[in-house]
Design a protein around this ligand. Sequence first.
Ligand code: NDP
Length: 412
Amino acid sequence: MGKVLMIGAGGVATVAAFKIVQNQDVFTEFMIASRRKEKCDELVKAIHDKGYKADIKTAQVDADDVEQLKALFNSFKPELVINLALPYQDLTIMDACLACGCNYLDTANYEPKDEAHFEYSWQWAYKDKFEQAGLTAILGCGFDPGVSQAYTAYAAKHHFDEIHYLDIVDCNAGNHHKAFATNFNPEINIREITQKGLYYENGKWIETEPLVVHQDITYPNIGPRDSYLMHHEELESLVKNYPTIKRARFWMTFGQQYLTYLDCIQNLGMSRIDEIEYEAPLADGSGKTVKVNIVPLQFLKAVLPNPQDLGENYNGETSIGCRIRGIKDGKEQTYYIYNNCKHQDAYNETGMQGVSYTTGVPAMAGAMMFFKGLWRKPGVWNVEDFDPDPFLEVLNKQGLPWHEEFGGDLEL
Ligand code: NDP
């Protein structure tokens, strides 16, 4: 039914690849392309070693380079391109999709390399072009963004006449037994969490200093965890699509040790994203040096644990969901919809930890919605612009079952 090209061969891409291979009735032709072809070949080997039979093509591509992307798209001719590289590559991949008549899906919104700032405006600006080309672009189809918006859309469709208060609550109660590690790409992750907090209230965006607003939130099967208010991209589209929302916030848990390390990293200047001059030894062993420009955060990424290697010793679970308050049939209604995912279950199935799993499964599920014709309309869309029902049904079957609670004291 569907010819799909996935770009990237990291943690999230590994999970998506396993899931694509488990659903070959939908994904009939599959290519993985990334900056280093050997990473793609290792991923294919990992899939075959787990006993799956699948003919997967691999290729090298620099996704910062539109011409390279166009050459690859024109030779493989995918119907859908799944972008699981980094947010920096969103626009080049969208440009190449437009040039070659391919549809597009990603899991994180565009971010310029030289500015730690994320918002949808850059990608929403492609709406007319995708519409005119008759192509679909699905933005932010991971867990959060992604499933968090499908949960909100499901609540709006089935349980509310008006949503008034929305809190997206994201807890990782796992332990990877490392002093400090990030759960997805360290550069992207540290850029995200060192930004100012932002939430929406009564028609206005309110900024806070980074990670200063926090409170205990109780998560199912986990208990209370200190949770920090952060800016998260899906709030931007959700308040636009659900104008009855009076307040929308995003919370994420962090352990004290993680925050202490983060503080040190920042104070040492290692989270800087501007270039500094560094005197590096020449690789020829001559002892001579050469001046090179490096970005401290990219250097730090090179020495931190690779999130792809955390799975084996990771125990505990994640819990991510939406707590919603609003009105149904004239009465106040509170509602909580969430998924819990165990790191060890994710590892046993795919070799990756739970954060890669909770992102890679929805990416595959969104792609499946596209190929089944259920999420296919020309333009650039966020997840809540589509029918959440078939998507959530697929998540139930593909390893991310969800649960709901009504009433109770869900007020934060
Ligand atoms: P990784 O760093 O593990 O993987 C990124 C992959 O992209 C790597 O294989 C990397 O190559 C490849 N890549 C990087 N630059 C290029 C390039 N210029 N051309 C081609 N390939 C390139 O990241 P993750 O798997 O952890 O994250 C992937 C995406 O998922 C990110 O955008 C992240 O923000 C997003 N995400 C979304 C979440 C959600 O819930 N919505 C949650 C978690 C992550 P190499 O292996 O050579 O480095």
